[in-house]
Design a protein around this ligand. Structure first.
Ligand SMILES: [Zn+2]
Length: 698
């Protein structure tokens, strides 16, 4: 499915409607093309971020020619908002949803029947009722629009079962031209939309995801250093800021911490009273608050143009979510920053959310059987009934069974003949959730242009590979570690062997010789000459090697949530030729992980011989002897004074891990110092003398 140009221009009637009804004198390029394509009767798939005027793309065709446009929308709040905006511009529009009173419902249906409406919004649940099918046939729908179309795909992040009926709903309407719009669809989700709705050669437009006015940055820091990092970030970028936290507790604590240092901040999340939320929102909009610290609950329907910074304290669950939330920055088109704070612990937080949402099949079965035997259920009692399982897992299973209507609100347990839920579907959704999380991880750890990465993810064509508004393109690389040529060649051979079938994570596993279920099921994979070639490397550094090969054009990454790697012509010739293959990766690995996996096969050590100093060091500090602990404390005091004097977070001087290694190895020269993890040339030049002097004295 590709973007197709040359669709002509919108009709005069459409342009007149834009000007006279909505006061819009110039359509944006994407809008104009989508309107023009819809007016020729073509199916349209329009993907553009929120706030870029997607609605106009179907409002104008709806007004420019006669007939009723039916719009499917997933949320009553969205429908109401749209209908109010249309009516405010004098357009006859209405919505059908469960919150209408009987009188309103009758009136709306009557107006639709006598042709008095131009646009009718409906909730997807409507299509379940047979009577609604009869009504559709009667109404003669001229155009069928699906808003938030990504909800149709289980690969999308808001999958809605009701959306699966829309394909047959389109037929029930006599197959009018269909327009599908969404703010977040990867190529894979777009394929799902197209096939589920039965789109015919749709005019597909993906636009607006690259916003050069936004500076994209990722700071890697420990979880415990994040508060200091947020304060630092706020001191660097003046103006209004939004901070997103994954958990309610973190929101409250962060807002409190900011107030303590004199920043006008408030928390915003679902556990606050409605009035407290409204007050926070009003004060933020009115300028009395500089910062709102929110869970993802904040943002629906908020349109503040001059947010100068959006900081993610935690990992969002997908790159779509990240793009949507971060995209609230700089709506006025002026420069703004989108900062993601990343620590290895974030991944497990998100994994916990996924495991809670998708408990294992056996757990669900066991809990269901236990509750069935007991005859009644309640949340607290359930955990006691199945003491062999962790409380959190039992509660996850209970919530799932409750949501599936197996556990009834009165405490009854329904007896079923089949399985309590569709486990295959659940497994698919869980897999998709993990795939989205991996993509988010890849964004955080990437050393490629972040704008280009986002464009690749959404499949927006024509993005530059380098920019002047992301940290990876702006900041000169830190200390670099040479990659042994044998390691680079092993990575190329591995990709060549599985060309286009495996992603970076799996290739990295093979190179490290990880004993995984995948490799156990395929004993032959262990015989491949590159299996374990990078044994002893950690996962992140191995993926850095792969990312570097992508960056250098020897490997290519596919689109979407599960991008696979392929060998390019340059990669093939590098494998064939005997030319030198000199690669480097960042020396600092920000997420230390003890080397747990056993590795097999031939190993390639880093060029200096042996693993980098202190790799896999125990971060608890128990590995330091008495002298080491003394040196560590001295280093810490020195770091604290320096950080205070320079008014920046301590970890930006050296993180704890580096400090421990300095304490353990007590380097005596700059050359020794440079072998310590986390010390690059810049830091060695800046702090080297002070550190060496201090260590001599200790
Ligand atoms: Zn860039």
């Amino acid at each position: 499915m590709s973007q197709r140009g040359a669709v002509g221009a919108p009709s005069r009637a459409a342009l007149a409607a834009a000007r006279d009804v909505f006061g819009v004198t110039a359509l944006r390029p994407g809008q104009a093309e989508a309107v023009a394509a819809a007016e020729t009767g073509r199916d349209v798939l329009f993907v553009a971020p929120t706030g870029t005027g997607k609605s106009l793309a179907y409002w104008l065709p709806a007004l420019a020619s006669p007939g009723l446009t039916l719009v499917v929308s997933p949320l009553i709040a969205l429908m109401t908002d749209q209908v109010n905006r249309l009516r405010g511009s004098g357009v006859a529009a209405a919505a059908l949803h469960s919150q209408l009173g009987p009188g309103e419902l009758r009136e709306t249906l009557a107006a639709a029947r006598r042709g008095a409406l131009r646009l009718l919004y409906v909730a997807p649940e409507r299509f379940a009722a047979a009577s609604f099918g009869d009504l559709l046939a009667e109404l003669r729908i001229a155009r069928f629009v699906v808003d938030e179309a990504h909800c149709i795909s289980s690969w999308g992040h808001d999958f809605r079962q009701d959306y699966r009926r829309l394909g047959s709903a389109v037929s029930a309407c006599g197959r009018p031209p269909v327009t599908a719009v969404t703010a977040t669809a990867t190529p894979r989700v777009r394929e799902d939309i197209s096939s589920s709705l039965g789109l015919r050669d749709p005019f597909t437009l993906v636009t607006g995801f690259v916003r050069p006015e936004l500076t994209l940055a990722v700071w890697r820091c420990r979880r415990g250093d994040k508060r200091a990092a947020v304060i630092q970030a706020l001191s660097e970028v003046p103006g209004r800021a939004l901070i997103y936290c994954g958990r309610v507790r973190d929101c409250d604590e962060m807002a409190e911490a900011l107030r303590a240092v004199g920043v006008a901040a408030a928390a915003y999340h679902a556990q606050l009273e409605g009035t407290a939320r409204a007050r926070a929102q009003a004060e933020f909009t009115g300028g009395r608050l500089r910062v709102v610290v929110a869970t993802s609950a904040f943002g629906m329907g908020i349109d503040i143009a001059d947010i100068r910074q959006v900081i993610h304290h935690d990992f969002p669950r997908s790159l779509e979510d990240y793009h949507q939330a971060a995209g609230r920055a700089g709506r006025d088109g002026l420069p703004a920053r989108c900062l993601l704070l990343y620590s290895a612990a974030d991944r497990s937080l998100q994994e916990g959310f996924i495991e809670d949402a998708y408990p294992e099949r056996e757990t669900v079965r066991e809990v269901y059987r236990a509750l069935l035997r007991a005859g009644r259920w309640d949340l607290d009692g359930a955990a006691d009934l199945v003491p062999s399982l962790a409380r959190r897992d039992v509660e996850a299973a209970v919530r799932l069974l409750e949501g599936a209507g197996v556990l009834l609100p009165g405490g009854e347990v329904r007896q079923l003949n089949g399985p309590p839920v569709d486990f295959e579907e659940r497994a698919r959704l869980k897999q998709a959730a993990y795939a989205r999380l991996h993509q988010m991880m890849a964004y955080a750890t990437s050393r490629e242009c972040r704008h280009a990465r986002i464009a690749d993810y959404f499949g927006e064509p024509g993005a530059a590979r380098r920019c002047s508004s992301c940290d990876n393109c702006l900041t000169p690389a830190g200390a670099e570690l040479p990659v042994p040529e044998a390691a680079a060649r092993a990575a190329l051979r591995a990709v060549a062997r599985f060309d286009g079938h495996l992603g970076a994570a799996r290739i990295a596993e093979l190179l490290r010789g990880v004993d995984s279920p995948w490799s156990r099921e395929r004993p032959w994979a262990r015989e491949l000459d590159f299996f374990g070639a990078l044994g002893g490397w950690d996962g992140e550094r191995t993926r850095d090697v792969i990312a570097e090969l992508v960056e250098r054009g020897m490997l290519q990454r596919g689109h979407g949530e599960r991008p696979t790697l392929t060998l390019t012509a340059a990669g093939r010739s590098a494998l064939r030729d005997d030319r030198e293959l000199a690669l480097t990766i960042a020396a600092a690995t920000p997420t230390p992980r003890p080397a747990r996996q056993r590795s097999a096969g031939r190993r390639v050590g880093p060029r200096s011989g042996g693993a980098p100093v202190g790799d896999g060091a125990d971060p608890s500090g128990d590995d330091l002897d008495a002298g080491g602990r003394l040196r560590f404390e001295r280093l810490r005091r020195w770091r604290l004074e320096l950080a205070r004097a320079e008014a920046r977070p301590a970890f930006t001087v050296f993180d704890d891990r580096t400090l421990r290694q300095l304490a353990a190895h007590a380097p005596r020269s700059v050359a020794d110092l440079l072998r310590v993890h986390g010390v690059g040339p810049v830091k060695a030049a800046r702090y080297g003398d002070a550190v060496i002097r201090l260590l001599r004295e200790a």
